[in-house]
Design a protein around this ligand. Structure first.
Ligand code: GZL
Length: 333
């Protein structure tokens, strides 16, 4: 009898230890919510591969921070690749995500063209693709949804504000974004659509500054030394970083940015608000970079089987010097 009781006690001890063990995380620390569960690993972490364009502007930096912090907040495993502005690096990164069999691929296409082959590979591998920020020129069946601002509308808002400010009469220089990118194409398109109604608003110079402060400065320096540069009284920059570079060049040329040359740009980064308060920038059209929550909401809804719209538009608004000081404390990027 004593022997039977001994065996029963030992069995109880073994069962007790076993149940305590499987409730622990890998580290043996607190019970882990992502440990193997009775449902057979249904708590596995979502793995998302994200191909980012680069770190060319304050907008991009804020966008990257939003993606990374939101993934962390939601316990999502993020494989993040910075393409340094090169499409081939983005394509390499997407192929690597496919090889790693990630659950989801998301990317911000640096330019519109050239994505169909690699997105077809992702589709064949059964990996859903989400587009963040910029549009790729591909059939809609190659991605779940495209989350980003309406760049045509941003260009229209910039032109409408400038036409009002200049009473419909201006000689305009334009600093364009990365050639072939959706924001550069669309911001130009929207701006020109409005100018078509203002015959005395003329773009006499247009050149890319690649969305960077350094190139915006270089292009403006050269322009101000030219004959046509001496005629301009307005600047339209496709992003704030190029505008801030151009402002530096205008000052170094002995002119007053925001006064001799009225400047409107796009993004709404903090540096633009500082410049508006200083009087060197006149207006910025916001383009919200904080896309992390929108992206991971969409991914999580998709994984639950919800149907998503092909296009999720982020609303933007404009800010000029009259609003800058009041709005600055509210800025999150
Ligand atoms: C716009 C984004 C653009 C920003 C730039 O959504 O793609 O790229 O306007 C950034 O500042 O470099």
């Amino acid at each position: 009898m004593r022997q039977v009781l001994g065996w029963l006690a030992l069995a109880g001890l073994v069962v007790g230890l076993a149940s305590a063990g499987c409730g622990k995380g890998d580290s043996g620390g607190e019970a882990s919510s992502t440990g193997s569960s009775a449902q057979g690993g249904t708590d596995k972490k979502l793995v998302v591969g994200f191909s980012q364009i680069g770190a060319e502007s304050a907008w991009r930096t804020a966008n990257t921070e939003s993606i990374k912090s939101e993934a962390e907040k939601r316990g999502i495993e993020l494989k993040f690749a910075d393409a340094q502005q090169k499409q081939e690096n983005q394509i390499k990164a997407i192929r690597s995500f496919i090889a790693q069999k990630v659950d989801v691929i998301a990317f911000a296409p640096v330019v519109e063209e050239g994505w169909e082959p690699v997105l077809k590979e992702a589709k064949e591998a059964g990996i859903p693709v989400f587009v963040s920020d910029r549009r790729p020129a591909v059939p809609e069946d190659l991605y779940v949804t495209f989350i980003g601002s309406d760049f045509v509308k941003e260009g229209q808002m910039a032109a409408e504000w400038l036409a009002k400010k200049m009473d419909g009469k201006a000689v305009i220089a334009e600093l364009t974004g990365t050639p072939g990118s959706a924001p550069a194409n669309d911001r130009k398109k929207g701006f020109e659509e409005v100018l078509a109604n203002h015959p005395d608003m003329k773009v006499v110079f247009s050149q890319t500054g690649n969305f960077t402060r350094a190139e915006g400065k270089q292009v403006m320096e050269a322009l101000l030394k030219s004959d046509v540069g001496k005629t301009i009284n307005a600047l339209y920059a496709h992003n704030d970083d190029m505008a801030l570079g151009a402002i530096q060049a205008i000052e170094e040329a002995g002119k007053k940015p925001g006064v001799d040359i009225i400047i409107v740009s796009i993004d709404g980064v903090k540096g633009a608000f500082d410049a508006m308060i200083a009087g060197t920038l006149n207006c910025t059209v916001e383009c919200n970079p904080l896309l992390g929550p929108y992206l991971f909401d969409a991914i999580e809804k998709f994984k639950k089987g919800e149907t998503l719209p092909k296009r999720i538009v982020i609303e933007d608004k404009f800010f000029d010097q009259t609003m800058a000081a009041q709005e600055l404390p509210n800025r999150k990027y």
